[in-house]
Ligand binder design. Structure first.
Ligand code: BES
Ligand code: MN
Ligand code: ZN
Length: 498
C-alpha cells in the first residue's frame, strides 16, 4: 500500500472515498462537521434519523454528498471523544482499512489522523495509522493453493494533518511507519513459515537476501565446523539432536562511522522446539515453529534500520537450530562447556533457548558493543506472569531498561520489567557443573534471565522475553511482528540522543 500525508479541506478531495469520524453519541468530528456544512446538513440529517450512533466498529457509507468532489464518504464510529486513547485509535484505523478494502475503494483520503488521541501528537497518529493499516491488511497465504484476492484492493491512502506546518513532520512519520511495517511484515512472514521450510539454513538464506537488498547490510553465516572452532559447546549440544545443521547468522548494518560502537541484537532462532528428550506435550506443539520469533524480529529490525538509513551501526546475531529428540540429542544430566568456559548441567533439554543464546552472547563481546539486547521466546512462565500484552524486560543496566520502557510507551509495543536480583541466582546451583540450565518452578522468566546474565558481564545488556507477545494463538493464529516497533523506536531514540 502507498501512503502519503497531506493537508486540506475534505470537500475539495477528488477521490474515491473520504473518511471522517463520528463520536458517540451522534456527534460529528471537525472534518465531518465541515462536510456537513458544505452539503447543507447531509450528514447530520442521516445521523439524526439514527443511522449511526458513533460506536467503535460502526461504519456508514454515503453516496452523492452534495458539494463535494469525492465519490463516497465513509463515516467511522470513534466512540466517546474523551475516551479516545491508543487502543481505541488503533481499532478505528483497523475498522477503516478493512471497510475501505471491502467496498472496492482503490484510494481514499482519511481525516481520522486529525482526531485528538490522549497524550499523542499528529506524528504519532500518522505513524500508528500506517503501522495499524499495514498490520490489518496482512495475510499469510504463501501455502494456500487458491488465494482469496480482493477484486478492487485498496492501493493508496492519503492521511491528513490539520496544518501545513506539520506536513514535513508528517511525511517523516509516514516513512517511519512504513519502514516499521516492512520490518513487521518480514518478521511475521518468517514466524508463520512452517518449520519444515523455515530451517536454520532458510534463515541463513534470508540474511543473504538482506545483504543483497541493502548496500550497507553485510551478512555472514558461520557453519558447524566454525562453531566447533569457537568452542560453542552449549549451542552445538542443542543442535546435535537435529538433522538440520546449525547456523550462526551475523548481520552487520553500517550506517554510522567505522568507530561508532554498535547496538547488537541477539535473537533466539529455534526453528522448531519439540523440547528434545524432555519432550513437550502434544497439544499446540505446532506453535513451537514460532520459537524463532526472536530471530525473526532481529531480521525485521535490521530491515527497518536499513530502510530508515539510520546513522548508527547495528549488528544482528542469530543462533539457529532445531530442538528435537534423537539418539544424539542432549539428555537430562548431560554437562556441556559453553564458549565462555563455564560448564552447564542440562537438567531439562526443553530449556534450550538459553543454551543457544549464551554462546551467541559471548560471541557478541567481539563487537565491543554499546549495548546488547537479546530477544527470545524463552519461557512459558512469562505468559503466566504477564499475559500476552507486554514483553518482559530484564537487564544489568537500568538506563538501558529505562530506554526500552520509554520506547515501548511511545511505540505502543510495551514492555514490563521483572527484577533480576542476585537472590534468584541461587536457584541455578548445580552439584556437578558451574550452573544448571533450569531454576525450578518459581520465577521461571527471572531464572532464565539469571542464566543469561552470567554471559553478559562484559557489556550493558537487556533481555526481552517475548513468549507472550510474538504470536497469537487460537482463531487468529499468527505472528505479530513484535517487538519490531519497540526495537525500531529504541534505535530512533538512540539516534536522537547521539
Ligand atoms: N520455547 C519455549 C518457551 C515457550 C513455551 C514459549 C510456550 C512460548 C510458549 C522454551 O524453550 C521452553 O520450553 N521453556 C521451558 C523452560 C522450562 C523447561 C524451565 C518452559 O517454559 O516450559
Ligand atoms: Mn524449549
Ligand atoms: Zn524454546
Amino acid at each position: 500500500m502507498e501512503f502519503t500525508a497531506k493537508s486540506g479541506n475534505p470537500e475539495k478531495q477528488r477521490t474515491a472515498c473520504v473518511v471522517v469520524g463520528v463520536f458517540e453519541p451522534r456527534r460529528l468530528s471537525a472534518a465531518a462537521e465541515r462536510l456537513d456544512e458544505v452539503s447543507g446538513g447531509f450528514i447530520s440529517n442521516l445521523i439524526r434519523r439514527g443511522d449511526m450512533e458513533g460506536k467503535i466498529g460502526q461504519t456508514l457509507l454515503l453516496h452523492n454528498a452534495p458539494n463535494t468532489l469525492c465519490d463516497r464518504v465513509l463515516l467511522v464510529g470513534c466512540g466517546r471523544e474523551r475516551d479516545l486513547h491508543d487502543a481505541q485509535y488503533r481499532q478505528i484505523m483497523t475498522t477503516t482499512v478493512t471497510q475501505l478494502n471491502d467496498i472496492g475503494a482503490m484510494e481514499a483520503v482519511c481525516y481520522l489522523t486529525e482526531l485528538h488521541v490522549k497524550g499523542r501528537d499528529s506524528h504519532w497518529n500518522i505513524r500508528q495509522a500506517v503501522e495499524v493499516m499495514e498490520d490489518a491488511l496482512y495475510s499469510f497465504d504463501n501455502f494456500k493453493s487458491k488465494k482469496d484476492t480482493t477484486r478492487r484492493p485498496l492501493r493508496k491512502i492519503v492521511l491528513t494533518v490539520n496544518s501545513r506546518r506539520n506536513l514535513a513532520d508528517s511525511e517523516k512519520a509516514v516513512a517511519e511507519g512504513y519502514a516499521i511495517a516492512q520490518g513487521v511484515k518480514l518478521t511475521k512472514d518468517l514466524g508463520n513459515m512452517p518449520g519444515n521450510i523455515c530451517t536454520p539454513s532458510y534463515l541463513a538464506a534470508q540474511a543473504q537476501t538482506l545483504d543483497k537488498e541493502y548496500d550497507n547490510i553485510l551478512s555472514e553465516v558461520l557453519n558447524q565446523d566454525e562453531l566447533e572452532q569457537l568452542e560453542m559447546g552449549s549451542f552445538l549440544s542443542v543442535a546435535k539432536g537435529s538433522r538440520q545443521p546449525p547456523k550462526l547468522i551475523v548481520m552487520n548494518y553500517r550506517g554510522g562511522d567505522a568507530a561508532d560502537k554498535p547496538v547488537v541484537f541477539v535473537g533466539k532462532g529455534i526453528t522448531f522446539d519439540a523440547g528434545g528428550i524432555s519432550l513437550k506435550p502434544g497439544a499446540a506443539m505446532d506453535e513451537m515453529k514460532y520459537d524463532m520469533c526472536g530471530a525473526a524480529s532481529v531480521f525485521g529490525v535490521m530491515k527497518a534500520a536499513a530502510e530508515l538509513k539510520l546513522p548508527i551501526n547495528v549488528i544482528g546475531v542469530v543462533p539457529a537450530c532445531e530442538n528435537l529428540p534423537d539418539g544424539a540429542a542432549n539428555k537430562p544430566g548431560d554437562i556441556v562447556t559453553s564458549m565462555s568456559g563455564q560448564t552447564i548441567e542440562i537438567l531439562n533439554t526443553d530449556a534450550e533457548g538459553r543454551l543457544v543464546l549464551c554462546d551467541a552472547l559471548t560471541y557478541s563481546e567481539r563487537f565491543k558493543p554499546e549495548v546488547v539486547i537479546d530477544i527470545a521466546t524463552l519461557t512459558g512462565a512469562c505468559i503466566v506472569a504477564l499475559g500476552r500484552h507486554p514483553s518482559a524486560v530484564l537487564g544489568n543496566h537500568p538506563p538501558l531498561v529505562h530506554d526500552l520502557e520509554n520506547a515501548g510507551k511511545s511505540s505502543g509495543d510495551r514492555v514490563w520489567e521483572l527484577p533480576l536480583w542476585e537472590e534468584y541466582q541461587d536457584q541455578l546451583k548445580s552439584p556437578f557443573a558451574d550452573m544448571a540450565n533450569i531454576g525450578g518452578r518459581d520465577a521461571g522468566t527471572i531464572t532464565a534471565a539469571c542464566f543469561l546474565s552470567r554471559f553478559t558481564k562484559k557489556f550493558h545488556w537487556a533481555h526481552l522475553d517475548i513468549a507472550g507477545t510474538a504470536w497469537k494463538s487460537g482463531e487468529k493464529k499468527g505472528g505479530t511482528g513484535r517487538p519490531v516497533p519497540l526495537l525500531t523506536q529504541y534505535l530512533l531514540d538512540y539516534c536522537a540522543d547521539k
